[in-house]
Design a protein around this ligand. Structure first.
Ligand code: 2AM
Ligand code: CA
Length: 268
């Protein structure tokens, strides 16, 4: 992909995500059809499906050679990242969408032969777009993001962490130093949208985001945006992320990344 081609793709993807967001905002107060997927708390609505179908149609008509890896199944069967693949979560934070009508995002990561080229996270109700082009930095709307200069000891850090990871029956918790970590840091937050949690790390308003189970569409854009903002993203135990399968995540600025990862490596 040459630079002109990549910039055109960037602009087109931004127009798709803004149009999709506008459609959601216009329908935010309509009655919802809410169904469940893997469990009673794993929600999906007609709006998740409609939005992914919108991306599928747009991608197929504008870029017939590209493939779509989407959460709701309107894309392609993806077993590799050859060529150009759009990894899309039409609504990240569906529970927030249903219960709060805010705090959800559309997440679009575009990968070329496995390399993250474009990351877009659109906070729909706030009308704020986080974006990144590989090698050219990350932005919150027009403002360049740079967390490389953030310096803070772990004791003063706020970490995004879903409290369910702290439940005693959680086997991953039993085998990691997560309790010690939570005692050490300043505080935790949980926003309920992985994409927004990545965006907040890139913005520097949260020091790190730790998750023990996310899918590729939850992380595809966030990985690119946090890295382009100068942060580090790996699995919780410090390995490279597999963008085709369920993964753990540790995203943060460089000061605390090692310390958090060590809690998981030591006890692996
Ligand atoms: P979703 O809203 O697109 O389902 C909530 O903490 C975060 O975890 C959201 O980003 C949510 O994405 C994601 N999530 C919800 N259920 C999940 C599951 N079963 N596996 C992985 N991620 C999940
Ligand atoms: Ca989703």
């Amino acid at each position: 992909m040459d630079n002109i081609e990549r910039n055109q793709l960037f602009e087109t993807a931004k127009s798709f995500i803004r149009d999709a967001g506008t459609a959601i905002r216009e329908k935010i107060d309509q009655p919802r059809t809410i169904e469940t997927k893997s469990n009673a708390d794993d929600l999906v609505t007609e709006m998740d499906q409609e939005t992914e179908r919108f991306f599928a149609e747009k991608i197929r008509s504008h870029f017939p050679q590209h493939r779509l890896f989407g959460e709701e199944g309107f894309g392609d069967e993806i077993e590799d990242l050859d060529g150009t693949v759009w990894i899309v979560d039409p609504i990240d934070g569906t529970m927030n969408f249903v219960h709060q009508k805010r705090n959800f995002a559309i997440s679009v990561g575009i990968y070329k032969d496995g390399v993250g080229e474009i990351g877009l996270i659109y906070d729909v109700m706030e009308d704020v777009l986080y974006s990144a082009l590989h090698g050219e930095g990350a932005y919150k709307d027009g403002k360049k993001l740079d967390i490389s200069s953030y310096s803070k000891p772990i004791e003063q850090s706020i970490l995004c962490l879903n409290t369910t990871w702290m439940l005693p029956e959680n086997r991953l918790v039993q085998h990691t130093g997560i309790h010690d970590l939570v005692k050490k840091i300043r505080s935790t937050r949980s926003y309920g949208s992985a994409a927004l949690e990545f965006a907040y790390v890139a913005e520097g308003i949260i020091d790190g985001y730790l998750s023990l189970s996310l899918m590729p569409w939850d992380v595809a854009a966030g990985v690119i945006i946090v890295r382009e903002a100068g942060g580090i993203v790996t699995t919780a135990d410090g390995e490279e992320i597999d963008m085709l399968n369920r993964t753990t995540i540790m995203a943060s600025h460089s000061d605390i990344h090692n310390e958090v990862v060590e809690e998981f490596v030591e006890l692996k």
